[in-house]
Design a protein around this ligand. Structure first.
Ligand code: 1PW
Length: 215
């Protein structure tokens, strides 16, 4: 089988794609945001079949957003900010649980946004964790501090089981395909502040429009 990274993709590039999301007005560009997620999914899928359960939902969410981005209102979905303006102005966002209205971009991006915090906390934990930290513990702690708060018991159970199959830190860094452990730690130190910034801007945008609890 082809090892991850052989096709020219590595986690450094994935994180750089997220970095390229911010335009000069601090708006978040949808296309690189989705491209970053696609890279993450490719990376997750190298972590074994159990993780495809975790990545499947991300894939479904990316697809929903790609349909908006190629549909009749594609220009309105150019940035996260323009998406929020457009969907709010046109009453396209379900504020309460209501199956009549189609799935909005706002609620879809909110799920990816919450997952991005998990990713950031997890990679930050690995970066600072030292050589013999347990990946599965770091991953579970990051999950419990973020995404788990929005998941029902059955999903929490399933994800926590998936985390137990994570490779150890050394193998995980190896799988990132960015060189030695030291280089991986250095790369994360450089890249993670950009992910954090992206997260903070989205959080602020959603908070301003009171969209943080979308069903
Ligand atoms: C190695 C670190 C990985 C970070 C990548 C994270 C991928 C995120 C996918 C987590 C999904 C777990 C199972 C799916 C749960 C969905 O119910 C849930 N989706 C998310 C992203 O939280 C909620 O979406 P829904 O059901 O309201 O459409």
């Amino acid at each position: 089988a082809m090892a991850y990274g052989d096709d020219g993709h590595n986690l450094r590039e994935v994180l750089a794609t997220f970095k390229s999301c911010l335009d000069e007005k601090s708006e978040i560009l949808m296309d690189p945001y989705l491209a970053g997620w696609k890279g993450l999914v490719r990376f997750l899928n190298t972590m074994g079949t159990i993780f495809t359960f975790v990545s499947k939902d991300a894939v479904a969410k990316i697809q929903i957003m790609e349909e908006f981005r190629s549909g009749p209102h594609k220009e309105s979905y150019r940035t996260l900010q323009s998406m929020v303006s457009y969907e709010m102005a046109n009453n396209l966002v379900d504020m309460k649980k209501n199956t009549e209205r189609p799935v909005s971009g706002c609620r879809t991006i909110l799920r990816l946004h919450r997952a991005l915090l998990w990713l950031q906390l997890f990679l930050e934990g690995l970066r600072t964790g030292g050589a013999d930290c347990k990946t599965s513990v770091v991953c579970t702690d990051s999950y419990n501090a973020s995404l788990a708060n929005y998941h029902p018991w059955i999903i929490r159970k399933a994800t926590t089981i998936a985390f137990c199959t994570l490779p150890n830190r050394e193998a995980f860094f190896e799988n990132m395909k960015v060189g030695s452990n030291e280089e991986a730690v250095e790369m994360l130190g450089e890249a993670l502040p950009h992910i954090k910034k992206l997260y903070d801007i989205t959080q602020e945008l959603y908070s301003q429009h009171k969209l943080l609890d979308l069903p």
